[in-house]
Design a protein around this ligand. Structure first.
Ligand SMILES: Cc1ncc(COP(=O)(O)O)c(C=O)c1O
Length: 347
């Protein structure tokens, strides 16, 4: 089996041209849950899955997913950034939609196996590109009523992806969505597909109007910022505080919680997780979106009631945002020593 993993080593990819799109890589991991337990799991070549037409994942949205990256360091090693946090978040998502949890060790092992089996797809250090890992759990098996599936599939595949910012980190503008991505006591904090299906239309409308994406407000009062597209929000106040919204319907971003630690421990800032009111946007001198894919996207301005509220600048990155970005990315790529336990070497 091991020999078979090494089949298409002659991949020739122009790393500098990679975007955030699908590429078939060599092997992916699949494990099945039946009769109350997960099987040992294996690597497979086929990138197509065959499931019952009546699978709950297809009809009732019983599924969840994760997203994390493998990074190539200056000395050519490969490392993952806080995969244990993705594993724990996936367990919470599974619990929310009544699916069996994946043990943390099994999740990390599956990610490691997939990275090792596709090592030649991990972009070189300095290209800014990374190997994106997509773990997912779906309800499968024959079923027709609205109830949990009889069987589940846990998969992990990977795709090399380019830097989010072509030609450097540049601010982008957002507008506020009229629609919600999640309900007040719904599934907003779980990484389940339904939240994303609901965001496709407001996203498309925002893009048609020339914005990068839309900002979602709290679904109960529509007065507080919750999410920036598929990323969390942060703002830097005039007195140098790192502020980020607190709400049960926000997806708890691993990048955001990491930035909170870095802001406090590495940049000496005060950190606050609390309401970020749309009517008080002028408390922030810099704002940004953060997430695995977005890394840190500086927000140039936010459109509120037809007017663009500009923060630091529509073209220049603010100094605190830049420092946060350099520190986070430095740790992810192994240039800066991160807090203990954040980095998992792929061996
Ligand atoms: C809705 C949403 N918010 C925030 C994030 C950022 O989370 P993380 O930093 O864990 O990637 C993501 C991406 O996973 C997301 O889909």
């Amino acid at each position: 089996m091991k020999g078979a993993w090494k089949m298409s080593k002659n991949v020739s990819i122009d790393w500098s041209k990679l975007g955030f799109s699908y590429t078939k890589t060599d092997l992916r991991y699949i494990s099945m849950w039946k009769d109350g337990k997960w099987d040992a799991g294996k690597l497979v070549e086929d990138n197509m899955i065959s499931i019952s037409e009546s699978s709950t994942a297809l009809h009732y949205g019983q599924q969840c997913f994760e997203g994390l990256k493998a990074y190539r360091t200056p000395n050519g090693e490969i490392q993952l950034f806080r995969p244990d946090e993705n594993a724990k978040r996936m367990q919470r998502s599974c619990r929310r939609v009544l699916m069996p949890e994946i043990p943390v060790d099994k999740f990390i092992d599956a990610c490691m196996q997939v990275v090792k089996a596709n090592e030649h797809f991990v972009p070189p250090y300095g290209s800014g590109a990374t190997l994106y890992l997509r773990p997912y759990v779906i309800g499968v098996g024959h079923n027709i009523g609205v109830k949990p599936a009889p069987e589940y599939l846990f998969g992990v595949f990977c795709v090399p992806v380019g830097p989010y910012f072509k030609g450097g980190m540049a601010p982008v503008n957002f507008t506020i969505a009229d629609m919600d991505r999640a309900a007040p006591h719904g599934t907003g904090a779980a990484k389940v597909g339904g939240n994303y299906a609901g965001s496709l239309l407001p996203h498309e409308e925002a893009v048609k109007r020339g914005f990068a994406d839309c900002i979602y407000l709290d679904p109960a009062t529509h007065t507080k910022i919750e999410e920036v597209g598929a990323a969390n929000f942060f703002g830097i106040t005039k007195d140098n505080k790192f502020v980020t919204p607190a709400s049960p319907s926000i997806l708890p971003s691993i990048t955001k919680y990491s930035l909170m630690v870095l802001a406090e421990k590495y940049l000496g800032m005060t950190v606050e997780e609390r309401d970020c009111l749309v009517e008080k946007l002028d408390e922030f001198v810099e704002t940004g979106a953060c997430g695995t894919a977005a890394v840190i996207t500086p927000i140039g301005g936010i459109e509120v009631d037809g007017k663009l509220h500009v923060f630091h600048s529509e073209t220049e990155v603010g100094p605190v945002t830049k420092k946060l970005y350099d520190t986070l990315v430095g740790i992810q790529f192994g240039e800066i020593e991160g807090p203990e336990g954040w980095i998992y070497k792929v061996k």
